[in-house]
Design a protein around this ligand. Sequence first.
Ligand code: G6P
Length: 606
Amino acid sequence: MCGIVAYVGPKDAAPILLEGLQRLEYRGYDSAGVVVSNKGFKVRKVKGRVADLAQAVPARFKGTLGIGHTRWATHGVPSDVNAHPHLSADERVAVVHNGIIENATELRAKLEADGVVFASETDSEVLSHLIARTVEETSSLEEAVRKALKSVVGTYGIAVLDSERPGEVVVARNGSPIVLGIGEKEMFAASDVAALVRYTRQVVHLEDGELAVLKADGFHTFASGGLETAKEPLTVDVEAGHYDTGGFEHYLLKEISEQPETVARTLRGRLDERFHIAHLGGLNMDARETRSFRRVKIIGCGSAYYSGQIGAQLIEELARIPADAEPASEFRYRNPVVDPDTLYVAISQSGETYDTLAAVQELKRKGGRVIGIVNAVGSAIAREVDGGIYLHAGPEVSVASTKAFTSTAVAFALLALHFGRVHDLSPADGRRIVDGLAKLPDQIEEILKQGDRIRDFARKYAGRPSIMFVGRVRGYPVAREGAQKLKEISYIHAEAYPASELKHGPLALIGPEMPTVAIVPDDELLDKNLTTLGEIRARGGNVLMIGHREPDAKLADDAIVVPKNEIELDPILLTIPLQLLAYHAAVALERDVDKPRNLAKSVTVE
Ligand code: G6P
């Protein structure tokens, strides 16, 4: 979703801002804009891509201070005018904003009553007008911003320029990330480190309520009351190359292909072959506390939620602790009972999905014990939780989640092993899981080798208007994630059902027009799944089977056979062909694979 970049230093700001915005494109957006300051503001805003904005910026767009933005429309359609930055009527103040100003209607009415004429339909524009007023009354831009924000209700990450103070930019955050980048006699700020890693690895994350003043020679941070805060810069361990396609046609294919390595990274240093346990130092939980939980509740959004369903099954099976997953977006709105005997697990690749973050905050407010399974180190959710497991999967750029999904499932297997071994999971079963986990990277590599065959199936099925996905128990979250991947990037309608539920309704849809992808692991439910294949084919439906046994393949029209691991871990492997199937279907249909329409990588609004 929306992205922010800011620069102050000796160089020309515009190329740096445009490059930064390009790095934020993966988050999803519909328009973009930049402003540079040089004896007044120079502004360009366009509906469309950052490349269109770069075209619109003239060569004489000089200035060594500037801010840029990619917008994902919430209030007002995508258009040049609604794109950020927004300027005050006197063109003294320029603002870019991520988040939502909840009392914008009220603030707008008040400002309009005072004669302010608004240029756009956005909620964000109120900020430039509010700051334009306080800047007249205060002695610093920092104080003006702080004062203006007092009347604002909502979430924001903002960057602000005052044309009469040409050497500084002020940024502030409340619920929407801002990270400062420290350079050599230059400073950067952005909503995501992706925009900074070309220029610096030294970063400072702002906390909610904090504000920072950036000048070429350094920065100062302040708490909302105005007191200066002390911040320790972190060195981010991200290569600029993580944000390149690395020779692949799309980020999505690159990220699918990285999974042998990313799964190995999630496992690294965490498997103990002596005691057959998992080492999870980041949980901050001793054995006694680990034993004290009677339930596990998992929350996340989108693919994170589906990986949570795999996680719940792993915890129930290996630790025999009741566990279930729920979309964080639903959980937070139903006034959940927060139980002291429940361990809450929040899952998020980005660590900034607003619904998940808000659910965590609600849980903490009620005294719940929350851990996180997060990929982005130092992100908002990672900082909010009591402990957790980092995925170490590296930045995920494509909107559709793949490597973070498998790494999250692996992290859950580690968590389930850990819980299981402090409860009743035997050393022999512990060893079975440790050995199974260690085999995953090589087995994923094996599945990736079938890429060309899977592409052929994808081409065959891509012309169908709708595809059913079915699975039983462990296979059901796999089917859900498979359907999600396909619909989000290929726009083919797909739905997932527990195979056992087919007879209770969806079988009515089955026929030659509606093929089924069936998840058929070699587990205790194999016979039941094979019966389901027969039922579908008897109604004229084609079946693409994803399973383990060659002989079963004869019962389907098409089959992808994957290596077998332990039954509890098989869902992780069964997911991989479905990622490739969705990818190749999207390519066959010439979709914008990495940036599917209407979707954003990090959903930072409700
Ligand atoms: C968006 C993305 C999904 C992702 C979900 C949760 O909807 O398009 O791919 O699964 O957000 O994101 P998170 O960063 O919290 O895992």
